[in-house]
Design a protein around this ligand. Structure first.
Ligand SMILES: *[C@@H]1O[C@H](CO)[C@@H](O)[C@H](O)[C@H]1NC(C)=O
Ligand SMILES: *[C@@H]1O[C@H](CO)[C@@H](O)[C@H](O)[C@H]1NC(C)=O
Ligand SMILES: *[C@@H]1O[C@H](CO)[C@@H](O)[C@H](O)[C@H]1NC(C)=O
Length: 399
């Protein structure tokens, strides 16, 4: 029964592949005695990158973990684990060499143009982070929860698990380090290994656009926001900060220094600047601020950003409409805004821009797809919103 379903799934996914890799996918799955290692070397020799590579793993997966091999216990999932092990060469145990052209960044983002899309609830995709950057998304989101430490690696007896609902956390493998900060550190080390090449601000996650930063939203879910913040700074982002991979605000010169990753705090984060940056002395007493606070776009008129504590302002579609006394029911029916409504919405976005803030609206219509796209179009071409908040990355990329 299970086998029938798997075969059916393979058939359906190959049938809908449409990338021109189908023949290879069939050959790839045909050899029965190979180990992961030889499979990985074969795939590596093909030179397939980005979404095609991820797709190839997906269509071949049932045969990679085929019945005559003991199915390994999944860490995150067998799909995630195989892609991760392939990209990060864990299963190949290759000697460490500096070769940015064979890096994870090269494999995931060659041929990808970064675009201003925010990968909404990125952590619940099949492949958190990897799918997002393979689609060119320059913003990802991780909801973090304080959980008792089960990895025994982190201090304080607590770890940060990533997930939408406290009930569905995977506190051993679905943690902020496993899904985000470890892969990020590895990827950035790989592309910045070359001592011959001098670059003042580090190579980032996009092969063809090395200066593009990626916003890493951290959505604080637990009530103890101070402890969450402490763990973020002292455990999870510390190495990335030490390697100078994190965008920082120089509290002395008042200059923003862009780096490959920009941390945005959202949700229930601490707002007390004494906690955030030791009141201007810097969290690490180095006169640098390494985090930025997600401002509320709906009450942006009263928001004070004179100390540059924020780079982006977000709100939900409903709160934005409420702020302008617009009925969502009416909008859903007419699918357009009246002139006066548009003026009110535009003025909020313009106010944010005047305070040096980019903008993002979440919770917009997702269905029907045509309506969702109509709203994206209004956001981009009429309201000048900076980031599209997106669940369907492939649709957004085509858009
Ligand atoms: C920064 O300095 C303060 C004292 O001014 C000290 O309490 C704190 O532990 C220092 N923080 C770090 C991360 O070194
Ligand atoms: C905020 O940033 C702007 C532009 O970099 C700078 O001119 C200004 O001095 C900064 N303000 C503060 C209070 O740091
Ligand atoms: C929305 O309605 C409230 C209460 O009637 C009013 O005070 C406010 O000015 C209105 N806002 C806009 C943007 O029309």
């Amino acid at each position: 029964m299970v086998k029938t379903i798997l075969c059916l799934a393979l058939f359906v996914s190959i049938a809908s592949l449409g990338y021109g890799d189908v023949d290879f996918a069939k050959n790839f799955v045909s050899k029965s005695q190979d180990t992961f290692q030889t499979r990985f070397l074969e795939i590596g020799a093909l030179g397939i990158s980005g979404r095609n590579l991820l797709q190839l793993f997906k269509v071949s997966l049932v045969d990679v973990i085929r019945p005559n091999v003991r199915i390994p216990e999944a860490r995150v999932s067998n799909y995630y684990d195989r892609v991760h092990d392939y990209l990060f060469r864990g299963a190949l145990s290759l000697p460490e060499v500096c070769d940015p052209d064979k890096s994870v960044v090269a494999q995931l983002t060659r041929n990808v143009s970064p675009i201003n899309i925010h990968s909404h609830n990125d952590y619940w995709r099949d492949l958190p982070l990897f799918e997002a950057i393979a689609h060119g998304a320059t913003s990802v989101e991780a909801d973090v929860w304080l959980v008792p430490n089960q990895n025994k690696l982190q201090s304080n007896g607590f770890a940060l698990a990533v997930g939408h609902d406290e009930n569905y956390l995977g506190p051993v493998h679905r943690t902020l380090d496993k899904l985000y900060t470890d892969p990020l550190l590895y990827m950035l080390n790989e592309v910045n290994c070359n001592k011959r090449v001098k670059k003042s601000n580090r190579y980032g996650l996009f092969y063809d656009s090395p200066d593009t930063t990626i916003y890493q939203f951290i959505d604080f879910k637990s009530s103890d926001s101070v402890l969450t913040y402490k763990l973020l700074m002292e455990v999870y982002f510390k190495k990335l900060i030490e390697k100078d991979f994190i965008t920082k605000y120089n509290l002395e010169t008042k200059q923003l220094e862009w780096r490959p990753i920009t941390i945005i705090l959202t949700g229930n984060y601490p707002t007390d600047m004494n906690i955030i940056d030791n009141n201007g002395k810097g969290y690490f007493n180095d006169t640098k601020r390494y985090v930025f606070q997600d401002a509320s776009l709906h009450d942006i008129k009263t928001y004070d950003n004179s100390d540059n504590k924020s780079l982006i302002a977000s709100t939900s579609f409903n709160k934005l409409l409420n702020e302008c006394n617009i009925s969502r029911v009416k909008f859903n029916l007419k699918r357009k805004f009246e002139d006066n409504e548009m003026n009110c919405l535009t003025s909020l976005i313009e106010t944010a821009h005047s305070k040096n803030l980019q903008t993002r609206i979440w919770g917009g219509p997702e269905w029907p797809v045509a309506f969702a796209k109509q709203v994206w179009d209004i956001e981009l071409s009429q309201l000048n919103v900076d980031y599209l908040n997106v669940d369907d990355l492939a649709e957004a990329m085509k858009f």
